[in-house]
Design a protein around this ligand. Structure first.
Ligand code: FES
Ligand SMILES: [Fe+2]
Length: 349
């Protein structure tokens, strides 16, 4: 939650969606790794303040419903999977994947109101993702270069927390000024920003020439050539798909791109969880396995190096965009994009 201090001399600015802990925008929220939910098991979890229950049916498919049984309110997390349905612990009412009651042991008729809200679920990147309604605007997106159909190797980083809203921490990936001031990368950049998927997604790419000044620039030039580019794809303002090392050559060989996902999920007002997920193409054979492993390792190293340099900024930042410059254009455009996102019925405690 941003600080309410200094209001008389430095009033804060409120936005309809951006940096607003009172709203949960629609989007695919990371739930947990797939391996945490075996077949025929139930997993209760609170996501963005909403009590939910996930279960994996006998067919291997994952479903998600609101947690409280519409009969008397027993938490369905205590329930049992029966084929592809979930059965409440207390009086054995059974609900299908649509959240509709299909069996009441003590009588034949099923009341119309015997229903529980269902949510759309996706299983991708070795994880389970949930949308705060059953009508997602689109499926979980992919990296520009790593299409859905490509088989992927995935590694989960350590989850960490921030006190800042994810809309604010996500600015880190698209803020051109700090690349020079914090990360000491003096790159003359061409910035491309485009909204896609009916405004639910924004693509930002930065392309430029590496400077010739400090040692890390010289090193970068030596190894990577004079050009550098990276792209950040933000989906629904809550997942960042980062592609590094695009258009980079290593002694004339095109270097494979590095990919990672920043999956953000607010836990309560003023508390954000971040799940880093490192992704690469799954390659065949022992050599392929080694190459994929090295690329994942490099992605982790790149992430730690960059995060170590500015992660602490988000511990007590009180975001205020009152004096944005021309160079901050991506930030301004990003704020506009987030403010147009649709909000859900979920609320943080
Ligand atoms: S409370 Fe769930 S069946 Fe009665
Ligand atoms: Fe940064």
């Amino acid at each position: 939650m941003h600080s309410k201090k200094n209001q008389t001399t430095q009033p804060t600015q409120e936005f309809p969606v951006f940096n607003n802990w009172n709203e949960i925008a629609n989007g695919w929220y990371f739930a947990f790794p797939s391996k945490d939910l075996p077949k025929n098991e139930v997993k209760p979890i609170q996501i963005c303040g909403q009590e939910l229950v996930f279960y994996r049916g006998a067919d291997g498919k994952v479903r998600a419903l609101d947690a409280y049984c519409p009969h008397m309110g027993t938490h369905l997390g205590k329930g049992k999977v029966v084929e592809n349905n979930i059965r409440c612990f207390f009086h054995h009412w059974q609900f299908n994947e649509e959240g509709v009651c299909v069996d009441i042991p003590c009588q034949k008729e099923i009341p119309d109101k015997a229903k529980v809200q269902k949510y759309s679920v996706e299983e991708r990147y070795g994880a389970i993702w949930i949308y705060p309604s059953d009508k997602p605007s689109h499926t979980l997106v992919d990296f520009p270069e790593l299409h859905h159909s490509v088989e992927k190797k995935v590694s989960f980083g350590k989850v960490y927390e921030r006190t800042c809203h994810h809309h604010v921490t996500m600015i880190n990936g698209i803020d051109p000024q700090h690349l020079k001031t914090v990360h000491q990368l003096d790159i003359e950049m061409k910035i491309d920003i485009s909204e896609v998927q009916n405004g639910n997604m924004i693509d930002i790419s930065l392309k430029g020439k590496i400077g010739k000044g400090v040692w890390r620039e010289k090193l970068a030039r030596f190894f990577l050539g004079p050009e550098y580019s990276y792209s950040m794809r933000y989906d629904h303002g809550n997942n960042g798909f980062l592609t590094l090392m695009r258009d980079v050559y290593f002694f004339k060989f095109k270097w494979p791109t590095l990919h990672m996902i920043f999956a953000y999920r607010p836990l309560e007002k003023g508390r954000l969880m971040v799940q880093p997920i490192y992704v690469t193409k799954k390659r065949k054979g022992l050599l392929g396995w080694m190459i994929s492993g090295i690329l994942i390792w490099m992605t982790k190293k790149a992430f730690f190096a960059l995060q170590g340099e500015d992660g602490a900024v988000y511990e007590n930042m009180r975001f205020y965009p009152g004096n944005l410059l021309q160079i901050d254009r991506p930030v301004a455009q990003y704020i506009q994009y987030v403010n147009k996102l649709k909000t859900s019925s979920w609320k943080l405690p």
